[in-house]
Every structure is written in C-alpha cells, then in structure tokens.
Design a protein. Sequence first.
Length: 196
Amino acid sequence: MQQKNESRSNKARTEATRLALISAARRLFSEKGYAETSTPEIVTAAGVTRGALYHHFEDKLALFRAVVRQEYAAVADEITTAVGEQPGSALDALRDGSRGYLKAMSDKGRVRIMLLDGPAVLGQSELSQIDRETSADALRTGLSEAMDAGHIQRLPLEALTVQLSALFDRAALAVSEGDDPEDHLRILDAIFAALK
C-alpha cells in the first residue's frame, strides 16, 4: 500500500513541478515576451531547478509550446462558456462565441503569447495546428451548424473558418491596443448577418 501512495505522491509532485514551470513561463512570456525571457528566470520564478525544467521540457521552445497550448485551451473554454449549453440558434451561438473570444483575449499577455509571439516563434503552420486541436473547431462547428440550419448561406467551410478566424484575431489585437470591444462586436454581428 505504501508503494501506491509513494507512486501517487511522486506523480503529484511531478505534475506540480510541471504546472509551476508552465505558470511561471506564462507570466514571464506575457510580461516580457519569448525572446526576452531566459530559462534561468523561469526556473527561479517557478522555484525549481534547471534540471527540473529539462526533465519536463526539452527546451524553452517546448515550454513555450505548452504555454501556447494552454492559452488556446483557455480561450476555447471561454467560448464554450459564453455559448452555453442551449444557445437560442446556431447564429446566436456564433454571436455568443464572438463575445467569449474577445473576453478571453482581453488579457494582453494572452494576445502577446498567442497572436504576436506564437506565430513568430512556432511558425504559422504549427500554431494553426494547435488552434485546430483546441479552439478553431468551435468556430468551424458553429459555422457548419449555422449553414445546416439555413441561418447563413452555404460557403466553403474551411476558407470561411480561416478568414473569420483571422478577423477575430485582428479584432483581439485592436481591442488589446485600446479599441472598444463593442465596436468590433457590432461589426462581427453585421458580418454574420450579411452571411444570410
């Protein structure tokens, strides 16, 4: 029995160390950016050794990738919460999801990690893959459901998803620089209405 408890305890410590590294890196990447953050700063902020960092992550890039993935998952969760379990219609779900996305992206650190450093550090191809695995499917699914329900016209789904996703990202960047989110939401609503 003691061996099982020790095994669980080791797993808990391992996970706690990994989470501490991700949390510390997230804070530093959001404040200073990827290029200006060093691994010694990360391990100091996490309260772990450099060896612990390299036990969990191959290098700073691998740690950044984990932070980016976590940020995309957090955005997806915010979108899901905004849409709720029973949206009024597929079009309402798209509108509510827009609000959830801009709310999630109101964190300047998240904008820096996902929209500025993410493409520069990981490359657009890898970032797009992370996006597809975490949050882009919410938009793709919402658009597909809106088309199936006849709320918007049938258009090439992948191209529409890519273009609207870029539009959302530009809106998030603008809001992070001080634009009124309501102005962008009005435009997004008008675009959805124009797709009928």
